[in-house]
Write a protein that binds this ligand. Structure first.
Ligand code: TTP
Ligand code: MG
Length: 358
């Protein structure tokens, strides 16, 4: 029999906002947004008091202010957020070396074999939450299960300051009733597609066969098939946070024609946008890679002041970069690739400057 793993997902509650409320007692109990109140600014995160009014991450500041007239905007202090992030990671490391951070405020821990000799993963998760609170005066929520997918979904179920455990024998029932929007790895684009097909819950998803899902979603169809059944064998990978997200395609035959290349680039753009969406990521730098028939490779990059929040912005930039290479394309193109870097999920100082264009 395969051994069952024990995975914990820890996610800090309203991370930036809670830190601001901790450090500025006058903000406690108030509806606050971390971000810039400028017309083009967006909310990085909102306190739970503000969320009651419908304010949430990535919402344009103007809209947030309309929804919650008393909303207080607070400027971000990245150095502080990073140092709290380091504090919680030090705590995680005391329990296991298998720690995979997903962003500043969340991580997976594989505690199947761990350093402390505690009898259960749930006890470890509770102990970690307590340790985080004692050290930082901030609350975290935890999900505990036998794989990453379920642990991640679970950590959202009792937020804030809660813990939720999914044992193997409960997983199917849990997933049957779970809204498809809450599935980790299903972004807004895919959720909308599922909705249009009448798939609203895990139970609905489970009615689709594997070949059908692969036809609809490519390789990711396998992932959807498996998570609907509570299967996720991805290991907790203690490498660092992803710095870029990209996709590329090698063509069966070299393509010398700009119109055809444009069409192929569009497919790559669609795929990249889905990948970004799945991880709730936005990027500032877009890189186009072109490999010619003779294997010579060129890249072109464009970096923007603010995150590209709209697909049309990405399409436009990618199209322009391809057009810049027009004179070379007659050589025949073997491969096209498109990558986003400078991601908001990274710990960069400008992660906050998610700014919308109107
Ligand atoms: P999240 O864990 O997604 O959100 P949160 O910790 O604020 O709230 P929750 O209680 O629901 O976990 O993100 C962690 C931090 O990352 C968040 O405090 C601010 C930042 N962030 C952005 O800057 N932009 C974004 O779009 C999102 C989603 C988060
Ligand atoms: Mg969080």
């Amino acid at each position: 029999m395969e051994s069952v793993r024990k995975i914990i997902h820890i996610d800090m509650d309203a991370f930036f906002a809670s830190i601001e409320q901790r450090d500025h007692p006058s903000l406690r109990g108030k509806a606050i947004a971390v971000g810039s109140p400028e017309p083009r600014g967006v909310v990085a995160t909102a306190s739970y008091e503000a969320r009651k009014w419908g304010v949430h991450s990535a919402m344009p500041s103007l809209m947030a202010k309309k929804k919650c007239p008393g909303l207080i905007f607070v400027h971000p202090r990245f150095e502080v957020y990073k140092s709290v992030s380091a504090q919680i990671r030090t705590i995680f490391q005391e329990y296991t070396d298998l720690v995979e951070p997903l962003s500043l405020d969340e991580a997976f821990l594989d505690v199947t074999y761990h350093k402390k000799g505690r009898p259960s993963a749930t006890l470890i998760a509770e102990e970690i939450r307590q340790r985080i609170f004692d050290t930082t005066r901030l609350t975290a929520s935890a999900g505990v299960s036998y794989n990453k997918f379920l642990a991640k979904v679970a950590s959202d179920m009792r937020k804030p300051n809660g813990i939720f455990v999914i044992i193997p024998s409960d997983a199917m029932d849990f997933l049957t009733g779970l809204s498809i929007d809450r599935f980790f790895g299903v972004g807004k684009v895919t959720a909308d597609k599922f909705h249009r097909m009448g798939i609203l819950t895990g139970g609905d998803l489970r009615r689709l066969e594997r070949p059908q899902l692969i036809r609809l979603f490519g390789k990711t169809g396998n992932y959807y098939y498996e998570i609907a059944r509570g299967i996720d064998n991805r290991p907790v990978n203690p490498s660092r946070i992803r710095k870029s997200i990209g996709t590329e395609e090698t063509f069966v035959q070299d393509i010398p024609d700009i119109e055809e290349l444009r069409a192929r680039l569009q497919e790559i753009e669609d795929e990249l946008w889905i990948r970004m969406d799945r991880r709730k990521a936005f990027g500032k730098t877009l890189t186009l890679k072109i490999k010619y028939a003779d294997f010579e490779q060129h890249t072109r990059s464009k970096t923007f002041q603010t995150f590209l929040l709209k697909k049309e912005q990405m399409n436009k930039a990618a199209g322009e970069m391809l057009f810049d290479c027009e004179k070379e394309l007659y050589r025949g193109v073997r491969l096209l690739g498109l990558t986003f870097s400078n991601l908001n999920t990274e710990a960069s100082d400008d992660a906050i400057q998610l700014t919308l264009e109107f």
